[in-house]
Design a protein around this ligand. Sequence first.
Ligand SMILES: [Zn+2]
Length: 289
Amino acid sequence: MNKLRYQVAAPWLTARRVINNFKGRPPASAFRILMLHDIPAVQIMAFERFLEDLKVSRKILSPEEAELLLDGAPPEHPANDWGSLPVLISFDDGFVSNFGVAAKCLAGHGVKALFFVCPELVDLEGEAQARAIASNIFRGNLDWRQISEDRRLMTWSELGELRAMGHTVGAHGMGHQRLSDLTGEALAREISGAGARIEEELKARVDWYAFAFGNIDSIHGDALALISNYYKYCRSGIRGVNSEATGRYALLADQIEADLPDTYLDLVLEGGLDGRYRQSAGQLSRMLE
Ligand SMILES: [Zn+2]
């Protein structure tokens, strides 16, 4: 399936560029959010190359710069082309590989990113953490014994160092639960408990939330209302472009992996996959109405 997808990426990208040329100018505040997860050691070189290419082709926003755009400040780097919109980089789940990537790759390029973590999983260690990662993050699709030591999660002290490097730590749920499975106390604990616990450990306000799994079926109106009571911004995993006009709790993001073929990454960055997510994006933006 994926192979076929990569094979059609080139003609698809060509078609997309024609469409982008006819779309007129994007809103000046338009940007995309990229969503990455664990970056295993074998992908670090690919990520480094990806970052270099990204820097050449567009502005990489810091979380603060993205916040200003969403809050309606006049853009310092107005978007002028759908194909090269500025991007904000985010990482989900808090794997320790993110710490290495931040210290080595992001620091080298002066890039600041958003890291979404689950406090209850950070609090676990060793086998207990591996079991929780397998059941909550991989939903049982991976045996806990396959989760090696280099797949552990960042500790509180590493998260503190991330902040000291200028990155932003956001909440990804207390224990990476699917919000649409929860109600009442459990839902409130998963959402606001996460922010409160991170704030207690890192002594800093948490403004960002990214709901686990990120798809439209993993969120509902009650959950998003609770998120909006506690946080300032909520990022989904639904693809598309953000701008000042996007609801701050309906932010869209493109899941990528560092070692995807270049043409496929360009297709993602130039909006080639947005069409399939338009309905979900619309549903999410109406959820708080
Ligand atoms: Zn996640």
